[in-house]
Design a protein around this ligand. Sequence first.
Ligand SMILES: Cc1cc2nc3c(=O)[nH]c(=O)nc-3n(C[C@H](O)[C@H](O)[C@H](O)COP(=O)(O)O)c2cc1C
Length: 195
Amino acid sequence: MSNKTAILKEIIENRRIIKPEEFNGKIIPESMIREILPAANWAPTHGLTEPWRFIIFSGKEGVQKFGQLHADLYKQETPEEQFLQKKYDKILHKPDHASHLIVIAMKRGKQENIPEQEELAATACAVQNILLTASTSGLATYWGTGGMCYHPSLKKYFGLGAEDKIMGFLYMGYSDKEHPKGFRHTGIEEKITWM
Ligand SMILES: Cc1cc2nc3c(=O)[nH]c(=O)nc-3n(C[C@H](O)[C@H](O)[C@H](O)COP(=O)(O)O)c2cc1C
């Protein structure tokens, strides 16, 4: 195995999702975020549609603003008899210890011949590029969905069209917790058919 391959494999295998509740509240310098984001733009993309879009909330005030708007949408869009104060509070406070929160979106282009699933795949690759680059920068990251992630009101809030998709929330920050060990139920051989 070449040195480059060994380094890349090590980076891939050691990337971990860390829950935002385990972040320590330390703020990432804006310059580091700007260093990391261009990695997203090198995801593979059929027809160069480059469908990934990122809406960034920065710093304590920024992430709290996101928590507030997310919780408000939950309240506004949930029938009174289904509304849960506990869920509202959870949505509101989830980003409290994060430094940055990035809303991950897939924006459909004009090339309708490119299937939606390919645009989703390209955007997921862009996110993985961010996760890996952030990991090598010593950051904690969390890709979460939940809350109003898939509700049309959130897309509307961000000016996205009905054909676009929000694919999750990327929380970024620092954590003092020991880096968690990776776990998978089965090895790759069980997911491969050699023909
Ligand atoms: C599209 C997507 C959505 C996810 N949503 C959540 C989520 O809502 N809550 C959560 O705890 N983890 C979520 N995760 C993270 C997974 O839980 C995490 O990747 C998994 O536990 C494996 O951990 P690892 O990535 O550190 O190996 C999501 C991951 C992906 C790819």
